[in-house]
Design a protein. Structure first.
Length: 242
């Protein structure tokens, strides 16, 4: 089932158009990766899909034309921005509770069960539940950002640069968690500067260059593409084939 469909999407800032006619889709229980150089429009794409920027074209969620950000949140779309946007002077537990606020407003009183589930995914957050978010390490902050997103029980998760600023071991841990979220049936749109990690974890990928889709296909095919290897994976084709 297609959760997100984007057709001929254009968006930008003021008169400066950054995205030019982007088309993509994300199915249930699939990870779709967006890779490309800095300035390609990857984060702009996430903000436009979420309804945080004016956009032209069509964005639909589960067959319904998408609205602004509040409409998306109420229907189970959660964006984890590259800044993580945590409330640093609040505790881990209070940050998590805020992640479930939209469900609470809709009459869902399941925050305790949702928090227990998050602590099952991220035991370290349980250990630090009364600690201020601003005192966490970079990896713990990313865990908290993901955990807060899970409190909303998302149908679609938009992840913008989840590996940014993290040590390689922590990146591996975070990506293992993302793979487990797919196994739960969550659709995931992943923007990632680390093309190698993104193509290893995702099912389908799009290469964004100068605001346009330059290549797309199953990630195994993209990882074997000579252009992708040379430009994004940092190795020559014959090395890849060894």
């Amino acid at each position: 089932m297609t959760v997100l469909s984007v057709e001929n999407l254009s968006a930008g800032y003021g008169k400066a158009e950054v995205l030019h006619g982007v088309t993509l889709s994300v199915d249930e229980a699939r990870i779709v990766a967006i890779v490309g150089p800095n300035g390609a429009g990857k984060s702009t794409l996430m903000h436009a899909v979420m309804g945080l920027l004016p956009r032209r074209g069509h964005v639909s969620l589960l067959g319904h034309e998408a609205g602004e950000a509040g409409w998306m949140v109420r229907r189970g779309v959660v964006l984890v921005p590259e800044t993580r946007a945590l409330f640093t002077d609040m505790t881990v537990q209070d940050n998590l509770l805020l992640g479930g606020f939209s469900r609470w407003r809709q009459g869902q009183r399941d925050s305790a069960a949702s928090m227990a589930d998050v602590f099952g995914v991220f035991p370290r957050l349980a250990e630090r539940r009364r600690q201020l978010a601003g005192t966490l390490s970079g990896g713990e902050r990313q865990m908290l950002a993901l955990g807060r997103a899970l409190m909303g029980q998302p149908k679609l998760l938009l992840l913008d640069e989840p590996s940014l600023g993290l040590a390689p071991k922590i990146v591996a841990d975070i990506f293992r968690v993302i793979a487990r979220l797919r196994d739960r049936g969550i659709a995931i749109l992943l923007v990632e500067q680390n093309a190698r990690a993104a193509l290893q974890i995702a099912d389908y990928g799009y290469v964004l260059e100068m605001g346009r889709v330059a290549l797309h296909g199953p990630c195994a095919d993209l990882a074997a593409d000579a252009r992708v290897i040379e430009t994004y994976l940092g190795r020559r084709p014959k090395s890849f084939m060894r």
